[in-house]
Design a protein around this ligand. Structure first.
Ligand code: CAA
Length: 695
């Protein structure tokens, strides 16, 4: 255990007590930090010479919030809420000097001090909502007292990081300075002593009630995040800030505890760590190669999306297409994507033209001789891809990384076409590639560790979430998707309508149900894949022909105006023609339709997802359950508050999952098979969380 005296230090300089936090990497308010703060405060208060106390942080931040790893464990005194309460009540003035970030519990500590001095570059915020909780150490009571209820609602329900200048304007900080935290702390303390920096207790400020703002916020949340528990609790806690602080704090505490007990809190915190866990790979110590110039082959949706992502990250990009016309289309798509990025606030308007200026276009692969990384993103045809890699092998400089964006194909076979298989890797982006955060980094048999590290470095520059995957048909995500999509198709063949399946899964929290996703992605891609796989389909596999019947009519979804739904009006609507196709296929397959409740739909779909995910783990395609969770959270619209498929599996339990599979297997023993690993886990009472910890 860390010595609390090291995590927090006290230094006395005449009448000034400097209390410094030193808990790398981000000064989370862990038990050691809280204990250290309490001890240092005691000592500073006991020293009769001390007239003012200043809190500041060493390293990257003031305090980035409570230590998230402690949530869900029994609380250990001193708890932050009590510390903050004590701080505000002190007779000796206590001030805080904030640099880097002051987030969550960190900002709450600062709000309880009697004045706040920011250092340029600071960001403050109360981002607890993203973790399924609310600011539980007075943030919902003190922030409104400084900024008013409407601004506090915006800040706390969005969880956004507020830049220093805005924090000053809003009144969250009293001053903005430049300099090193200790120096600024000493100067600010002198200003307090000499009356140049006024001090006060924020808890004593009165705040006007704002019933309209409260109602509007609740309506907005109900429309935007109907599944989420904590945003409404945040608003309710903020509403209590117009009451005396002790009453408001009691209400905040009650609501905080409810959030803490909610399964959504566990799911969202798991998602927070999943986002960061994926970079912990065996190749983490390898040195990435150069990444200055990036070549992209293929100017279709995928290629232009990848080119856009690289341009947005400041890279120089060369785009290649077969002919001038296709190249022009690719260029135009990139230009449109960049405009979209400006509109979405992802790219400053004045930087847009420079980004486009970094794009060079060419129809000659010879122009790729000096690029550092090539990403091939042409259509899914093995022969075409092999030919491209043979050409690249002859053209690219030694040491260049040769990547394919294939979604399903065998990367070992592609690598074998070159004389440098160690330089070949899969970089599987998700469409739209400049928006979706997932990047599967697919490591082939002979890929060199530095090439894997380069894939992860690229993800970092592109602000993506990289997941290390092995080679198989579909890697992690699409392999699992292929399996649970079949479960959705069987549900329709057996009696549910596509819209009932979509609605049930959207009710569970998915951004979109599988049939609405198919219509968005375009039915032609799945159709081509099914045709490719038809020769290897096992004879005992049930096969629903409904998707083929729809695709044969040219109904590829949104882009053709119809698919499972009709898109001619404002909103997609189910059609009688699709219902007829479904009925005819049920007849042909000799199925007597049955009723499925939404609950059963979700259970079957999720169980199919988990069972294939377990096979992906068994086969070593994913290294850890948490990598699968990240894949689905950042690439497949999996509801973040449910943490990912493996986190969900733990909430159900391996024994129950085995029981479900065995029950469903009475109808279809080929599709519903219990993976060995899941059976062992059920027997041992093991969880996927334990596997994450062991890995
Ligand atoms: N507790 C524990 N660990 C934390 C943490 C926290 N509050 N914040 C960050 N970390 C860890 C990360 O897990 C990561 O660990 P690894 O290196 O082992 O992966 C490390 O610190 C660095 O974090 P990032 O990779 O995210 O670094 P960054 O520079 O990109 O971002 C950050 C830094 C802005 C602080 C970001 O980490 C962040 O947003 N953290 C969460 C802040 C937060 O939500 N605070 C509120 C906590 S809840 C609370 O305070 C409740 C309350 O009211 C009492």
């Amino acid at each position: 255990m860390t010595d609390p005296r090291e995590t927090v230090t006290l230094e006395i300089e005449g009448p000034v007590a400097l209390i410094a936090f030193d808990n790398p990497p981000v000064n989370a308010a862990s038990h050691a930090l809280r204990e250290g703060l309490a001890t240092c405060l005691d000592r500073a208060l006991a020293d009769a010479e001390v007239q003012v106390i200043v809190l500041y942080g060493r390293g990257r931040a003031f305090i980035a919030g409570a230590d998230i790893r402690e949530f869900g464990k029994p609380p250990r005194a001193p708890i932050l809420r009590d510390l903050v309460h004590r701080l505000e009540a002190l007779e000796k003035p206590v001030i805080s000097v904030l640099h880097g970030v002051a987030l969550g519990g960190g900002l709450e500590v600062a709000l309880a001090t009697h004045a706040r001095v920011g250092i340029a570059g600071l960001r403050v915020g109360l981002p607890e909502v993203a973790l399924g909780i609310l600011p539980g150490a007075g943030g919902t009571q003190r922030a409104p007292r400084l900024v008013g209820i409407p601004a506090a609602i915006e800040m706390i329900t969005s969880g956004r990081h507020v830049p220093a200048e805005e924090a000053l304007e809003l009144g969250l900080i009293d001053r903005l300075e430049t300099g090193d935290p200790r120096g600024v702390a000493l100067a600010a303390a002198r200003d307090v002593l000499e009356g140049r920096l006024p001090t006060r207790r924020v808890g004593e400020i009165e705040v006007a009630a704002a019933p309209e703002a409260i109602e509007m916020a609740k309506e907005r949340i109900a429309a935007k995040s109907p599944h989420l528990f904590s945003p409404v609790s945040c608003v309710e806690a903020i509403a209590a800030s117009s009451r005396p602080i002790d009453e408001g704090m009691a209400e905040e505490r009650r609501l905080f505890q409810q959030c803490l007990d909610s399964p959504q809190r566990a799911g969202l915190i798991h998602a927070f760590f999943a986002e960061r866990a994926t970079t912990k790979i065996p190749e983490a110590d390898a040195t990435p190669r150069e990444l200055g110039r990036i070549g992209v082959i293929g100017g279709g949706t995928m290629g232009s999306g990848i080119a856009t992502a690289a341009l947005l990250a400041g890279c120089e990009v060369r785009l290649n297409e077969r002919d001038a016309e296709a190249l022009e289309r690719g260029r135009a798509t990139v230009a449109k994507n960049l405009d979209g990025a400006v509109k979405r606030g992802k790219l400053a308007a004045e930087k847009r033209d420079a980004a486009e200026g970094r794009l060079a276009a060419s129809t000659a692969l010879e122009d790729f001789a000096d690029v550092d990384l090539v990403i091939e993103a042409v259509y899914e045809d093995m022969d075409v891809k092999k030919a491209i890699f043979r050409t690249l092998d002859g053209i690219c400089r030694p040491g260049a990384v040769l990547a394919t964006n294939t979604s399903y194909l065998d990367i070992d076979a592609i690598a074998a076409e070159t004389g440098r298989p160690e330089d070949v890797i899969g970089l599987h982006f998700f469409s739209p590639a400049h928006v979706m955060r997932l990047l599967e980094v697919v490591v082939a048999d002979r890929t060199a560790p530095e090439v894997v590290a380069t894939g992860f470095e690229l993800a970092k520059r592109l602000k993506k979430v990289p997941v290390r995957a092995g080679v198989c048909d579909g890697f992690i995500g699409n392999r699992i998707l292929t399996h649970y999509r079949k479960a959705a198709d069987y549900l329709v063949l057996d009696g549910a309508s596509p819209e009932q399946v979509d609605d049930a899964l959207e009710g569970f929290g998915f951004a979109m149900g599988p049939f609405r996703v198919a219509d968005l992605a375009g039915g032609d891609i799945g159709w081509a894949t099914r045709k490719r796989r038809a020769p290897t389909r096992p004879a005992e596999e049930r096969y629903s022909e409904i998707p083929d019947r729809i695709a044969e009519r040219g109904w590829f979804g949104r882009k053709t105006g119809r698919g499972y739904y009709d898109y001619s009006g404002d909103a997609p609507v189910p059609t009688p023609e699709v219902a007829e196709i479904v009925a005819a296929e049920r007849d042909r397959a000799g199925v007597t339709p049955r009723d499925f409740t939404d609950e059963v739909i979700v259970e079957r779909y999720m169980t199919a997802m988990v069972s294939e995910a377990v096979r992906v783990l068994e086969g070593g395609i994913a290294r850890r359950p948490i990598d699968i969770d990240a894949t689905f959270l950042f690439g497949y619209g999996f509801p973040r508050f449910r943490g990912g498929p493996m986190h969900y599996a733990d909430t159900v339990g391996a024994a129950e999952l085995v029981a479900r599979i065995e029950r469903y297997a009475t109808d279809d023993p080929h599709f519903w098979q219990v993976p060995d690993m899941l059976r062992r886990m059920a027997r041992d009472g093991a969880t996927f969380a334990e596997l994450n910890e062991e890995a």
